[in-house]
Design a protein around this ligand. Structure first.
Ligand code: NAD
Length: 419
């Protein structure tokens, strides 16, 4: 794994804009707009701890670009959250929403804290105070947060309640990723993995790979990875030959039943030790002989050191940022089809959009309707990205950025500059 602790993610995000701007000829003024967050809020706020003391926490909310609509993006709780990290994540949300053509800009939030070291009560008080500090700039028509690292549907419920108390009425559309009982959507829990499975299916058609019997390796058997595995197995007839989690990996040449692996992980805490499978390392999972590789764990997994050893024909990035730019070039040259994160894991934000749309109209859809709309969005987005990649002879990541940034630029230009 690369040591990336010294890489400033916002510098990376700005470089990506420059690369695309050069490629499609975006002039300097608009380019600068794309390289600046529109609005940033830093809040320092006290929280009463369980022992009666007060502690001051710092939180951020960055709204990167709202040319295409209200901004959208998660809130993460982590000791190493920085403003530049939040800016970069907000930029990437802007491009992700534009790739799948949902009417949103991008945002992100974060609180510097160690969620493993605070009690549930402290977490609730921190969440409610952070929500009231950022309340002036969020709302269903302005900016709609969602869960991210170490925040979940309970966190979202507290934010929805706090915002609603400030307004004096219930506002479910202020946040997504809520429990279903508060206006959450059917299908949100599995949307990321499901969306990923749809784009894999479409890419396989394009390269003449039959998904029935195709072999699949999955790094990170968590929410996104296990759902993708289940759907590839149940609905497309794929053979899941390798999976891993933070404790290690397993391999079985004739495939495992991913549901049984999930049960084993629930019982024992890991996929390792699954009956009949060989134990392998996480690096071996990435390099497994399989038609499809789904990195679904961490960033910076595919580097120039192992890009040559990837045997898959399709790499579908369920995780955010698993492939370094240096590895992208190698994979492209080796004709490996990479389905970039902004496309492959956009099923999550797509169903978040559906959740918001249901909340603001107060009318809820069944699971089948959610899934078929998700499928339509993912297939269309794959085709849009593939078309740009073919026309411009670039890899899918660049194509996705070209598509997204062009859509944002079109909105900026047609709106014009106020005043
Ligand atoms: P999760 O916590 O449910 O799962 C992560 C899995 O990765 C766990 O099984 C964990 O054991 C495993 N893991 C951790 N370190 C590992 C390592 N070194 N090697 C192999 N496996 C390791 O998280 P998730 O929600 O599935 O998210 C996974 C990735 O997908 C993240 O990059 C996340 O940003 C991205 N993502 C998730 C969603 C979503 O809706 N869940 C949406 C968009 C992007």
């Amino acid at each position: 794994m690369a040591n990336t602790s010294t890489i400033n993610p916002f510098e990376t995000a700005k470089q990506q804009v420059d690369i695309v701007a050069d490629l499609i000829g975006i002039n300097d003024g608009v380019r600068e707009v794309l390289k600046h967050p529109k609005r940033e809020l830093t809040v320092n706020f006290p929280v009463r701890m369980d022992d009666g003391s007060y502690e001051v926490f710092t939180g951020y909310r960055v709204q990167y670009n709202m040319a295409r609509g209200p901004t959208k993006g998660g809130i993460r709780y982590h000791p190493q959250v920085t403003l530049d990290e939040v800016r970069a994540l907000a930029a990437w949300m802007t491009w992700k929403c534009a790739v799948v053509n949902i009417p949103y800009g991008g945002a992100k939030g974060g609180v510097v804290c160690d969620p493993k070291k605070i009690s549930r009560g402290e977490n609730e008080r921190l969440t409610r105070r952070y929500a009231s500090e950022i309340a002036p700039i969020i709302g269903p028509e302005m900016d709609i947060p969602a869960p991210d690292v170490y925040t979940d549907s309970q966190t979202m419920a507290w934010i929805m309640d706090t915002y609603s108390m400030l307004k004096g009425y219930s506002v479910p559309g202020v946040i997504t990723g809520k429990p279903i009982s508060l206006g959450g959507s059917e299908g949100r829990g599995e949307a990321t993995g499901r969306g990923c499975a749809y784009v894999i299916r479409e890419a396989a058609k394009d390269i003449g790979l039959k998904m029935k019997g195709a072999t699949v390796a999955i790094q990170g058997f968590g929410n996104a990875g296990s759902v993708a595995g289940n759907i590839l197995y149940d609905e497309q007839g794929a053979k899941i030959v390798a999976v891993s989690d933070s404790k290690g990996g397993i391999y079985k040449a004739d495939g495992v039943n991913p549901h049984a692996v999930e049960e084993h992980k629930q019982k024992t805490g890991s996929v390792v030790g699954f009956p009949g499978a060989k134990t392998i390392t996480n690096d071996e999972v990435l390099e497994t002989k399989a038609d499809v590789l789904v990195p679904a764990a961490l960033e910076n997994q595919i580097t120039k050191k192992n890009a040559d050893k990837i045997q898959a024909k399709i790499v579908a990035e369920a995780a955010n940022g698993p492939t370094l730019p240096e590895a992208d070039a190698i994979l492209f040259q080796r004709k490996v089809t990479v389905l970039p994160d902004v496309l492959a894991n956009a099923g999550g934000v797509t169903v978040s959009y559906f959740e918001w749309a249901q909340d603001i109209q107060g009318y809820f859809w069944g699971l089948q309707e959610v899934n078929s709309r998700l499928e339509r969005t993912m297939v269309q987005s794959y085709n849009d990205v593939h078309k740009v990649a073919t026309e411009k002879k670039v890899h899918n990541r660049t194509a996705a950025y070209v598509l997204a940034i062009q859509r944002v630029v079109d909105a900026i230009k047609i709106r014009g500059i106020y005043p």
